[in-house]
Ligand binder design. Structure first.
Ligand SMILES: [Fe+2]
Length: 175
């Protein structure tokens, strides 16, 4: 059994964890980037790939509440634009590619709310992006068997259940 890269990641993150700050988001990003680049021989990673699971909880910090999720996705899979409620999140790609779209809420002159896209970029193997409270993005997986790791600051199922995490469907202006 070898889970050395995961143990290193979780120990370091539990030690560093606290209220969201620039120092914490940077540290978390560096740690997650390191994990995505060193996890290939870990058993939990091999199990995730083998399972082809669309969403698997890899680790949950009982002390701090952050969660590491693993996702195996296929070409063409989409997650519509959404925020992350009161949480914040890091996305990273281990293998494959996920294209990210970035949006902002705009009130038009007639008073209607629109989501206007302001950026798009690929998240390639080894790369990691941070999305803070209020950030809105979508995801589009563009390679089969893409493996993504997602570190959430809290339980996002609860953010959905309690109505804080919003998915946007109407008036979305995509590039
Ligand atoms: Fe997200």
């Amino acid at each position: 059994m070898s889970n050395s890269s995961l143990v290193k990641f979780t120990q370091a993150l539990n030690e560093e964890w606290g209220v969201v700050s620039s120092a914490l988001t940077l540290k978390s990003k560096l740690l997650l980037e390191d994990l995505t680049q060193t996890c290939l021989n870990d058993d939990w990673y091999k199990d995730l790939v083998k399972s082809k699971s669309p969403a698997k909880e890899i680790y949950r910090s009982e002390k701090h509440g952050f969660i590491l999720m693993g996702h195996v996705e296929q070409n063409g899979e989409l997650s519509p634009p959404h925020d992350h409620g009161n949480g914040w999140v890091l996305y990273s790609t281990v293998i494959g590619q996920v294209d990210m779209g970035i949006y902002q809420k705009i009130i038009k002159t007639d008073g209607s709310l629109h989501l206007v896209q302001k950026d798009a970029y690929p998240l390639k193997a080894g790369q990691c992006s941070v999305y803070l409270q209020g950030d809105i993005h979508d995801t589009h997986t563009v390679e089969d068997n893409t493996v993504m790791l997602r570190l959430t600051s809290c339980d996002f199922n609860k953010e959905v259940e309690e109505g804080r995490l919003v998915r946007f469907i109407k008036n979305v202006e995509k590039w």
